[in-house]
Design a protein around this ligand. Structure first.
Ligand code: IMP
Length: 199
């Protein structure tokens, strides 16, 4: 493998995946769907992260003819069962800003004590090629929902994801610190071990 397409239209996600894999494989040509005008943005019709990651990776592999990597992630909040998870992007409406989505989550959790604010990010990654069976990898990152947003790093729900062992939110971390402990960083470390056998 000399070339890998990061199959996402989310530029912040693409940047994280690029940072993590680019550091490990400096000789690997990393492309994104932005390099392929007209690349389809498939509907995420699966009702699991795994199914959606596979839909995105296989669509990109078919379109580009290259190895393609896609992730599907979500935030699971114990006190709001079934409300986010695989539907995290659509929570409170797809066009609602993340600032507003986080305000709604914090309002829903008002008065919920720390011990019941458990949450986790879950991430599935699919690696696809037109002529090969797709491989799937997954990881989680455990934390809690903070009392208020903090930090300007990361993206999405990071400002309200509290990391008790570090005493800060995911958005308070530098990119390198986030990748060392995050769901995406952990799963991509596993993917990288797999890629190392193919490069
Ligand atoms: P999807 O995988 O693009 O469907 O993402 C699901 C939702 O979870 C999106 O709204 C993302 O912004 C959010 N999300 C995914 N990964 C992260 C992360 O690392 N930090 C914060 N939010 C995330």
């Amino acid at each position: 493998m000399r070339r890998l397409v990061i199959a996402t239209h989310n530029s912040k996600k693409a940047r994280e995946m690029h940072q993590i894999l680019g550091t490990r494989f400096p000789g690997l040509e990393l492309l994104t769907l932005a390099d392929y005008p007209g690349a389809p943005e498939p509907e995420e019709t699966g009702d699991t992260y795994e199914a959606n990651a596979i839909i995105k990776a296989e669509s990109a592999a078919q379109f580009t003819g290259e190895w393609a990597l896609a992730d599907d992630a979500g935030l699971e909040i114990d006190a709001l069962p079934g409300e986010l998870g695989v539907y995290s992007k659509r929570f409170a409406g797809e066009d609602t800003s993340f600032a507003e989505k986080m305000v709604r989550i914090l309002a829903n959790l008002e008065g919920v004590p720390e011990a019941q604010r458990g949450a986790r990010f879950r991430c599935f990654v699919a690696l696809a090629h037109p002529e090969t069976e797709t491989s799937v990898f997954s990881a989680t990152c455990e934390g809690r929902i903070a009392e208020e947003p903090s930090g300007a790093g990361g993206f999405g729900y990071d400002p309200i994801f509290w990391l008790p062992e570090l005493g800060c939110t995911m958005a308070d971390l530098t990119a390198e610190q986030k990748h060392a402990i995050s769901h995406r960083g952990k799963v991509l470390a596993e993917v990288a071990d797999h890629l190392a056998t193919m490069i």
